[in-house]
Design a protein around this ligand. Structure first.
Ligand SMILES: NC(=O)c1ccc[n+]([C@@H]2O[C@H](COP(=O)([O-])OP(=O)(O)OC[C@H]3O[C@@H](n4cnc5c(N)ncnc54)[C@H](OP(=O)(O)O)[C@@H]3O)[C@@H](O)[C@H]2O)c1
Length: 337
């Protein structure tokens, strides 16, 4: 049986959930993939754990101060890095140095945080190609909702004409709350924060940047484009008023914050904005914190995915789906040597 050494950078909500579920699924990995999957190192910003024999759930409390950083994880000689640090698309965030270091060593990566993929996606892809490493990104592209898988494999051979996605759960929840109960934006946001459905610092969600990041990653990783954030026109939902709500209700339409990519002209057009949908459109029925993606293709017509699950389990599950795809696949041949 082959040994597969896994490390995790970032040990917050998602990182902890991934670690716990990965340990629970070790029997599955042995049975299905003939793989002894060992969690050999993990870290947060201040501390970490390393054990070549495999970290157990009972070790999680014994984080060693100072045991962190890209070289700490690289020393564990991992086969797979699962990156779950903070998303910072302006700098790439801490994930960038973890990915640069480990992809350069030929280590595969399952990426959950969006920052490095937006900031340096093309460079990371080139680096991975040069060492034969593989990058999987379901957790960064609306997680439980099948998005990147659909683009990478479900539509093989087709030309994508357009893509639109409700890719941010918080804004969908807020717009639904305003429409259903006629509450002001600030009140809906306050309720969502009190209920744990919105971040305490929600600007990246409500100003549309989280949706823009996911759209850009899907465009670049899923459709082979080379978009930068400057190429995406971004507006959010902070300007939505009860007057808008009444107007939409009177017209029988439903608002969504939508990331949209139009590929039918000469130049790809990417935007994030509130769009409205008539009641007979599936996008009018995206409940609560659910997400959805619709792709128009030349040969397969219109493909729609919709769904989502409770967090952080849904995102952790998406990352572990990526791990299984790595276990099932074969390593890329490096173009360098
Ligand atoms: N939560 C979700 O449902 C969800 C869904 C989809 C995607 N995501 C993405 O997943 C990522 C993690 O989300 P989360 O909810 O788990 O966030 P979180 O609870 O804030 O956890 C972030 C973790 O990253 C660690 N970190 C910060 N700087 C680091 C560094 N230099 N080296 C190593 N670790 C570092 C933090 O350590 P400290 O505790 O020491 O600061 C913390 O353990 C984010 O990028 C988020 O956008 C989250």
């Amino acid at each position: 049986m082959r040994q597969v050494r896994v490390t995790i950078s970032g040990f917050g909500n998602v990182g902890r959930q991934i670690a716990a579920m990965l340990l629970e699924r070790r029997g599955r990995y042995r049975q299905l993939y003939d793989a002894d999957v060992r969690l050999v190192a993990l870290c947060n910003s201040r501390a970490g754990i390393r054990n070549d024999d495999g970290i157990a759930a009972t070790d999680f409390a014994a984080m060693v101060p100072g045991a962190t950083g890209a070289s700490f994880l690289a020393d564990a000689k991992p086969d797979v890095l699962i990156e779950t640090g903070p998303s910072d698309f302006a700098t790439g965030g801490p994930g960038l140095s973890y990915l640069e270091t480990l992809l350069a060593e030929g280590c595969d990566a399952v990426v959950v945080s969006k920052g490095a993929l937006v900031h340096s996606g093309a460079r990371l892809r080139e680096l991975a190609a040069s060492t034969g490493a593989r990058i999987r990104i379901s957790g960064a592209t609306a997680a439980a909702l099948p998005t990147i898988d659909v683009l990478e494999t479900g539509l093989l051979g087709c030309r994508v004409l357009s893509l639109e996605g409700v890719l941010n759960a918080t804004t969908n929840y807020l717009l639904n709350a305003m429409m259903a109960r006629r509450v002001e934006f600030a009140d809906a946001l306050g309720e969502a924060q009190a209920g744990g459905f919105a971040e305490r610092e929600p600007s990246r969600d409500i100003e549309g940047w989280d949706t823009a990041c996911k759209l850009l990653i899907l465009a670049n990783f899923g459709l082979g484009l080379d978009l930068r954030m400057d190429d995406v026109t971004v507006s959010g939902i902070g300007h939505v008023t009860l007057h808008d709500v009444e107007d939409w209700r009177n017209k029988g339409v439903v608002p969504r914050l939508v990331g949209r990519l139009d590929l039918q002209g000469g130049k790809p057009m990417a935007s994030v904005a509130v769009r409205t949908y008539p009641l007979d459109d599936p996008f009018a029925h995206i409940a609560g914190k659910t997400k959805a993606m619709r792709v128009q293709t030349d040969c397969m017509g219109e493909i729609l995915t919709m769904g989502g699950g409770p967090e952080p389990m849904a995102t952790a599950s998406a990352a572990l789906k990526d791990l299984e795809l790595l276990l099932a696949g074969s390593k890329n041949a490096a173009s360098r040597d």
